[in-house]
Ligand binder design. Structure first.
Ligand SMILES: C[S@@+](CC[C@H](N)C(=O)[O-])C[C@H]1O[C@@H](n2cnc3c(N)ncnc32)[C@H](O)[C@@H]1O
Length: 238
């Protein structure tokens, strides 16, 4: 099976436990990190369309919906039907009206060029086999001057934190996944995807290579969690 199919199957399998395990594994910090992600998106009252790539159970989309004006709409794209089913069920509150969920791949998003004012994504990069293509697609669907924000986990490099982190994330988290989601393999994959991921600076370079400017990185937890922020250059006046 190809890597993308494996990832899709994995998220379909763990969807029902995904939110609970996120809260437990991150000690509820994932909620605050998503708030920081939306803040870094610098949403404006004139923004009409926002895209959430790999929206999962919709937590980032819902966080953004609370900040957006009445006319604005968020599109949440994901290739896991089970994750989207849960996202749809969480739309009950009034903010949910602003969100539309779409089944599809982030490597070929079904949107026309320059459709969005902002693109956001959280905890998705490590699952993507071709990150350069992922960022090129984000660039393509953004309007000139539009913003990209990505939140993700990275292997921390500074000792002794990296040692404690390895102990917790690479050893204990798969065990938590086995106990609470009854799926050790899925949470072993999660741990391995962090351990083997690129450093944040390399991801920043890829974002630049896709055409984004003013790329910056915000680090939390000694770099174990990072926000990448970039802008598509504004249109040139002839
Ligand atoms: C770790 S979850 C993150 C979900 C959500 N963004 C959050 O903040 O909790 C990763 C999500 O990305 C989705 N995903 C991974 N690769 C994808 C791809 N190529 N196209 C669309 N969705 C993808 C998975 O199905 C999964 O729902």
């Amino acid at each position: 099976m190809q890597r993308q199919q494996l990832v899709q199957t994995l998220f379909n399998r763990i969807a029902h436990r995904y939110d609970l395990l996120n809260r437990i594994i991150s000690f509820h910090c994932d909620v605050r990190w998503r708030e920081k992600t939306v803040k870094a998106l610098s949403l404006k009252s004139s923004d009409r369309f926002v895209l959430d790539l790999g929206t999962g159970t919709g937590d980032l989309a819902l966080t953004a919906a609370k900040r957006l004006g009445g006319e604005a709409r968020i599109f949440g794209l994901d290739f896991s039907l089970e994750m989207l089913r849960l996202a749809q069920a969480k739309k009950k509150d009034s903010y949910g009206d602003k969100i539309a969920y779409i089944l599809g791949t982030a490597l070929d998003p079904p949107f026309k060029d320059e459709a969005f004012d902002a693109v956001m994504t959280a905890f998705v990069l490590r699952n993507i086999p071709d990150l350069a293509l992922f960022f090129r697609q984000a660039f393509r669907v953004l309007k000139p001057g539009g913003r990209l924000v990505s939140l993700d986990m990275f292997p921390p490099s500074s000792a002794p934190f990296s040692f404690l982190y390895a102990l917790y994330f690479y050893r204990l988290v798969p065990w938590i996944g086995a106990s609470l989601a009854h799926d050790r393999n899925a949470y072993q994959y999660l741990a391995d995807s962090v351990r083997t991921f690129n450093p944040p600076e390399a991801v920043g370079n890829m974002i630049q290579q896709a055409g984004f400017v003013r790329v910056r990185i915000e680090k939390f937890l000694k770099g174990a969690v990072c926000l990448h922020v970039g802008e598509k250059p504004p249109a040139r006046v002839p």
